[in-house]
Design a protein around this ligand. Structure first.
Ligand SMILES: [Zn+2]
Length: 461
């Protein structure tokens, strides 16, 4: 018997965890942390809904925390098997998990110190030791090559764009003499992104698990290139500061690339770009190391002419130099993490810059429910950061065209080459309205049988 259980990203975007069982053998596809609303984040503290020691392997699609952030916790709870990922995903994941662990420990220490916990001592979800231990379990797997996990389980990765090293996963399971294929979309990227490669078409499959982050939306047709040029020209005229919260991996490189390109083509005058995120700096180094995994010409990487850094880019690794940015006068661009403004150095910049009407905050990605980013997108005029009230007087602008996620038309386009109707399509990784919309599109356009799983639901394949 073959079963598939949805232990995350069911009617929500975060916490991706799909458990496959065949004849008692178990593997997990993705091992993400829940993020956003408090009731979601609290789910990270529940005991895992399966025995981690029973897993034969974990297969990771890409290195975003909502796909890898639960690994250290599973490691601590007894999982000691291989964690498969592409080589760039492994490097990004090791870095991101160490960073997440450090944030967990700092947060626990802060809560203990401030008496914000019901317990004697607040505990981190996982520690730096846990992150380091599970980081030693990574095993690399490359695109298009089959990996035999056990006699009854094999998988291979497919290029899917999104971020460096990201993949969709095709899994084949053998149940006695019956072979069943399941294709997991992972997060599907956009077409024509200047950094990532275009998603490759999926292969024919019995079952499909498809993301739906933008299952009900179409990204605005305006070219983000010109929208972005207008925003920067406005900043230059006002001699003010453009604040860009950006994921350290992917978004920071994409925006730096875009700005350098606008300068090179005289669409904007040269402007100083400050990258205030040690992890973003390290990620850029990983881009430089893996040219075959992205779409940037290797000749344009590295050194002063590096298309991801360039001579207008200033890197801020140390806290001291980050703090000095508070006094920075415009025109300038400050880019910092975290992308959804849930933590990290960006919060200090928001406290400092949001109350001033001359500044601009650029929102260029998906903001999950319950995050500070979502509140700002929705136009809240008063927000709380580190428990202090902050007036929102700065201009808030949103560019959808820079999203790392395909919209529903791009998802339909991506799925177009599939001729055979899957036995069932499971729509995941989306807020409920988006999930329903995506199911509606697939039913109407393709006549496919879609199911929106509940959290912890198990289906037999
Ligand atoms: Zn992602």
């Amino acid at each position: 018997m073959i079963t598939l259980s949805f232990h995350g990203a069911a009617k929500t975007v975060t916490g991706s965890k799909y458990l496959l069982t065949v004849n008692g053998k178990q593997i997990l596809v993705d091992c993400g942390m829940f993020q956003g609303r408090k009731e979601l984040r609290q789910k990270n503290w529940n005991p895992p809904p399966f025995n981690p020691a029973d897993l034969s392997a974990i297969i990771i699609t890409h290195a975003h925390i909502d796909h890898i952030g639960y690994l250290p916790k599973l490691g601590r709870e007894g999982f000691d098997g291989p964690v498969y990922a592409t080589p760039p995903t492994i490097e990004i994941a090791r870095m991101s998990l160490a960073d997440a662990a450090r944030l967990q420990e700092e947060d626990a220490e802060y809560r203990t110190r401030k008496g914000l916990t019901h317990h004697k001592v607040a505990l981190p979800l996982f520690t730096e030791d846990d992150a380091e231990a599970v980081s030693g379990q990574f095993v690399s797997a490359t695109y298009d090559n089959w990996v035999q996990v056990s006699p009854e389980i094999k998988f291979r990765y497919h290029i899917v764009g999104h971020i460096l090293g990201a993949a969709a996963v095709e899994v084949r399971l053998l149940d006695n003499n019956r072979e069943v294929s399941i294709f997991f979309s992972g997060d599907v990227g956009r077409y024509g992104n200047p950094l990532t490669r275009n998603p490759k078409p999926p292969v024919e499959t019995d079952y499909l698990v498809c993301e739906s982050t933008y299952g009900g939306r179409i990204h605005k047709p305006e070219d983000p290139y010109y929208e972005f040029a207008n925003i920067i020209n406005d900043i230059i005229e006002k001699k003010s500061v453009l604040l860009v919260p950006a994921f350290a991996v992917g978004r920071t490189q994409q925006i730096t690339y875009l700005i350098n390109d606008l300068i090179t083509h005289d669409r904007i005058p040269p402007i100083e770009i400050h990258i205030d995120s040690p992890m973003a700096i390290r990620s850029t180094e990983i881009y430089v190391k893996y040219p075959e995994y992205h779409a940037v010409d290797i000749c344009k990487l590295g050194g002063k002419k590096c298309i991801l850094n360039g001579k207008h880019v200033h890197l801020h690794r140390k806290k001291k130099s980050s703090k000095l940015l508070n006094r920075l006068k415009g025109p300038a661009i400050i880019m910092s993490a975290s992308g959804m403004m849930t933590g990290g150095r960006i919060l200090h910049h928001l406290i400092n810059r949001l109350p001033k009407p001359e500044n601009t905050l650029l929102i260029a990605g998906f903001m999950a429910e319950g995050t500070l980013g979502r509140k700002l997108v929705e136009g809240e005029k008063l927000v709380y950061i580190h428990k202090q009230p902050v007036d929102v007087k700065a201009k808030i602008v949103k560019i959808n065209g820079l999203s790392g996620h395909a919209d529903f038309q791009e998802l339909l386009h991506w799925l177009e080459p599939l001729k055979k109707k899957p036995k069932k399509v499971f729509i995941t990784h989306g807020e409920e309205s988006q999930t329903k919309a995506m199911a509606g599109h697939l039913e109407k356009e393709r006549g496919w049988d879609c199911h929106i799983p509940e959290l912890h639901e198990t289906v037999e394949l």
